[in-house]
Design a protein around this ligand. Structure first.
Ligand code: ARG
Length: 261
């Protein structure tokens, strides 16, 4: 399992570097040329089941990858997805290297000062993962004075930093956080619930458990530049259409089964 995570991580990092080099030379996205048929999408492809790289598949996989491809189709645009580290996504959008962000990004006031968000499309929230044998941590209030790993630039990072006397390690990806936990470097990982559950259940990872308590309830939105209300409307219209024609439900069921929305 670890080998696999490391490999995914390495691929993701190389991918992100390539993309930054490419987008640095201009790019042909709609943001730059005022409305080409391309939709340049930025995502931190490290967040299964929302976005991840499967060794067997060339294309990025996941709920949001399917969703944005369907949105692009509705809009009549070709979707090009760039893998960018989570904390680099908003800067890339502001620099107009990408047109939209879809990356499990929680809609919040701090981010609304920098970007505009689409209508919410997924309800999430934060939970924690700890060592299976850890009986002293039963709830978030037990994390005072503990060591916590979080992905840099996330809502988890903000929450962890507000816990009294906690020592917060901000790492590049959730996979890094889980490795740190397995290595005994931290007591807990705080991260989005569906990703924690997927990590444990689907990857079959042993030795750790995900606690059911939710620290926050959060809504994911697609981020668009603040000065592009036309694009925001196009995205919202497409999203609405996918809800009406059953496509959203299909994609949701593919990745989450019958779980309630
Ligand atoms: N929902 C959290 C946030 O918005 C975490 C998102 C992390 N996304 C990712 N693709 N790694 O801060």
């Amino acid at each position: 399992m670890f080998g696999k995570l490391k490999k995914i991580l390495a691929t993701a990092t190389i991918g992100a570097m390539t993309v930054l080099t490419l987008t640095g030379c201009g790019g042909d996205n709609a943001a730059k040329d005022g409305g080409s048929k391309t939709l340049a999408v930025g995502s931190s492809v490290d967040f299964a089941p929302f976005e991840f790289q499967d060794e067997k598949e060339k294309e990025y996989q996941g709920f949001e990858m399917d969703l944005i491809r369907s949105i692009g189709k509705e809009m009549g645009r070709e979707v090009k997805i760039s893998n960018i580290g989570f904390d680099g996504l908003i800067p890339a959008l502001q620099a107009k290297n990408i047109d939209v962000i879809i990356s499990g990004m929680t809609i919040n006031d701090e981010r609304k000062e920098k970007v505009a968000f689409s209508d919410p499309y997924y309800k999430s929230g934060l939970t924690m993962v700890i060592d299976e044998k850890n009986d002293s941590v039963k709830s978030f209030k037990d994390l005072e004075g503990k060591k916590i790993a979080v992905q840099i630039g996330t809502t988890s990072a903000n929450e962890a930093k507000s816990i009294k006397d906690a020592e917060v390690k901000e790492l590049n990806t959730p996979a890094d956080c889980f490795m740190e936990l397995k290595a005994g470097g931290v007591d807990a990982v705080i991260n989005d619930r569906p990703v924690n559950d997927y990590f444990i259940v689907t990857s079959g990872t042993t030795g750790v458990k995900s606690l059911p308590e939710m620290l926050t309830a959060e809504d994911y939105g697609i981020a668009v530049a603040k000065d592009n209300p036309e694009l925001l409307k196009e995205v919202n219209d497409a999203l609405k259409k996918l809800h009406e024609n059953g496509e959203y439900d299909k994609i949701h069921e593919k990745w989450f089964g019958k779980e309630t929305k």
